[in-house]
Each structure stands twice: as C-alpha cells, then as structure tokens.
Write a new protein. Structure first.
Length: 383
C-alpha cells in the first residue's frame, strides 16, 4: 500500500493534469498557481545571484559533465548516465558519477556507494538510482551527497576523478560544469507547461538557454510532428545547442533471481513474452512508456500495477502483486531494473508460481551521435 506521502503525490499529479474535477480541486489549483508564481520568482532570483557572483560557484580541478532535465519525473537520466560513463571509462579516463542520493537512508556529506570495485551500500542506504548505477557500472565509482562541490572534491582527492558526471544536476548551479546535457522526454515533454507545484517544470523554459546539448529520449515512441514541435521550442530558447535523438532499446530479460546475482547474469531472449499474457509492475516516472515497450514486444498486458516513483516494495506488496498476476492468468511478471533493486530479497528467493522478468534496456543514440561523442571526447581530453 502507498504511504501518506505517496498518496498525496499521486493525488497532486492527477489534480494538476486535470484528472480531478470538483470545487475543492479548483480552489487547490488556484493556490498551486500562486505558489508556482512564488517558486518561479525564487528560481530566477537564485540563478541571478549566481550569475552576478553574489552566491559562489565552485570549480573542480577536473572536467565536469552534467546530465539533467527541466521537468520532474523520468526522462531516462540513469541509463543515459550509464552509457556516457561507460563510454568515458572505455576511453581510458577515470570517471566518477555524483548522485544526490534521492530518498537515500544515508544522510552524511559524502557517501561512497561504490569505488568501482566494491559496492559499500545497500539500496536503502544509497537510494535506488545511485545503487543501480553502482551495480551496472564496474570500474566507475558512484558517490552520493547533496552538496556536489563537496562530493566532487572528495572524488578528485580520494578516487582520482578525471571526469565527473553530475547525475540530475541542471538545477545544481553551485558547481561549474564544462558540459550541460539536458534530457527531453519526447512522449511527456514539458508536462503541462506550468512550474512546480502547479505543474512539473523545475524552471521556466527560457532557462533552456544554459544547455550545450539536448538529448531527445524515446523518439521511437513519439511522432514526427511531436519531435518537430519539440525541436522548434528548443531552437526558440537555445538556437546553438546540439540536439541528439535516442531510444531506450530493449536488450533482453533477466529472471529476477538471476539478476540479483550481479552483472554477469544469464539472460532470457525478448521473444519469451511474444504472444504471452504478462503483468507489468513499476514505480517509475513514466510507466506508460515501459508498458508500451512490452506491447511493442508483442506481450499481452492483462493488467498492471503502478506505484509512485521511487516506491519501496514490501514483501506483502510483492505477494499481492503476484496474486493479482495469477488471478489475471498472467504467464509472467515484468518490471524494470530500477524497481528490481527495491524488491525484498525474501521475495526474490522465495518459491514463486510465476517468473519475474527484469527488462534490460540500453540507450542508443541516433541523430547527432557523432557530434555528441566528439563533444564529450573534447571535454575529457582537455584536463
């Protein structure tokens, strides 16, 4: 079951997207609109203080690449960070990922999730995104902490970082960066075009002018007309930035008990669900995209379970999910790797009537790929 915080999160999401219609909803929307106005003033004032030098910005003695977005919710930052970190690592540079550790149980200034050889934190301590990055990137340290200037200095001094990737840091103006990459989800572009909390924008669209590159994600699930409109908007606010297109391409399935073992897990071909009745469950920013991928693989979705982003599953919840899948005559359950790290080990190793497949995806770059790689290589080599 959802806790009170998650229930409120779901209610507000439905409210701001027009799914709640009542006098109370109208009043709340009016309050949220006023709060958005105040929030927007605060964002612009804070950014101006950094630009004027009133608030100090820190420069690390290494190269810094930021991945972020201008909206809340899932745009695919984690798999993109994985892809870019692996690329830089394979070019021979010592790369470290800095993650703020959203909903991490660990609350100190500098938390080493992984030093590239060993994972030191549990998913509860590190948060799901940071733990997943550590699990999927051997040879790449992952460090959490809210203040990136402090965690960045630690990464340089103790982990010999030559290139740092800031995960989810477009709004972290305190730390200077050499490259700002902004991800744009092409099937859920700018939310409802309102600032938080009335909408999902973290800052006004005019602030897209800070980006060096825009990465359009999940372009295979969007229309040509939608992508053209996105490009037009981006060019309106930032005529010079590079625009790249990417897809989240399914690679294989991994049965969850096998997935739990590590990075060299045995895989199951995507064809295993073709024509089969399946039950997807997820707690991610954009569950419809995940479910669309399953449909594209010819899986027949008989029912689905959706939880708020970053939800932590309990044993009881997993048993309920399994029972729903059985009741709907599903032949398998399917989830994401981000969800897999939060499923209790007790459930994973229990006797289950149905297999639970983790969908493994990879980010593939298309239009603009060569230019982006050249941009990253040029940043990395100029130490």
């Amino acid at each position: 079951m959802m806790n009170q915080r998650e229930a409120l999160q779901v209610y507000l999401y439905k409210l701001v997207h027009g799914e709640k219609q009542s006098l109370l909803a109208t009043v709340i929307i009016g309050v949220l609109r006023f709060m958005s106005f105040i929030y927007g003033l605060g964002v612009q004032c804070k950014l101006a203080l950094y630009r004027w030098g009133v608030l100090q910005r820190y420069k690390l003695p290494c190269k810094v690449i930021s991945l972020g977005n201008i909206t809340v919710g899932g745009t695919g930052k984690t798999p993109t960070a994985q892809r870019l970190a692996a690329f830089i690592r394979d070019k021979g540079y010592r790369v470290v990922i800095l993650n703020r550790g959203y909903r991490a149980g660990w609350k100190g200034q500098v938390g080493v999730v992984s030093d590239g050889r060993k994972i030191y934190m549990t998913v509860t301590e590190a948060g799901d995104e940071a733990y997943l990055l550590a699990k999927s990137l051997p040879g790449v340290p992952v460090v959490i902490g809210r203040n990136r200037s402090i965690t960045g200095a630690y990464a340089v001094e103790h982990l010999n970082a030559e290139v740092i990737i800031l995960d989810d840091a477009y709004q972290h103006w305190q730390l200077e960066r050499d490259l700002d990459i902004v991800l744009i989800d092409t099937i859920n572009v700018f939310g409802n075009n309102f600032l938080l909390p009335r909408g999902t924008l973290r800052e006004p669209l005019t602030n897209l002018n800070r980006a060096n590159a825009f990465l359009l994600t999940k372009v295979d699930q969007s229309t040509d007309t939608a992508r053209d409109a996105i490009r037009e908007t981006l060019r309106k606010y930032n005529p010079a930035a590079l625009i790249i297109e990417s897809t989240h391409t399914p690679r294989c399935f991994i049965e969850i008990e096998e997935w739990y073992k590590g990075v060299r897990s045995e895989t199951v071909p995507l064809e295993v669900i073709k024509g089969c009745s399946v039950f997807p469950f997820s707690a991610i920013g954009n569950p419809s995209s995940f479910e669309q991928t399953i449909t594209d693989l010819d899986g027949k979705i008989v029912a689905a379970a959706r939880y708020p982003d970053h939800h932590d599953y309990t044993m009881a919840e997993m048993q309920v999910i399994m029972q729903k899948a059985v009741d709907n005559k599903a032949e398998a359950l399917i989830t994401t790797d981000k969800d897999a790290v939060k499923i209790p080990a007790e459930f994973i190793h229990s006797e289950r009537p149905l297999p639970v497949y983790v969908l493994s995806i990879e980010v593939r770059f298309h239009d603009g790929y060569e230019e982006l790689m050249d941009m990253i290589k040029n940043v990395a080599k100029h130490k």
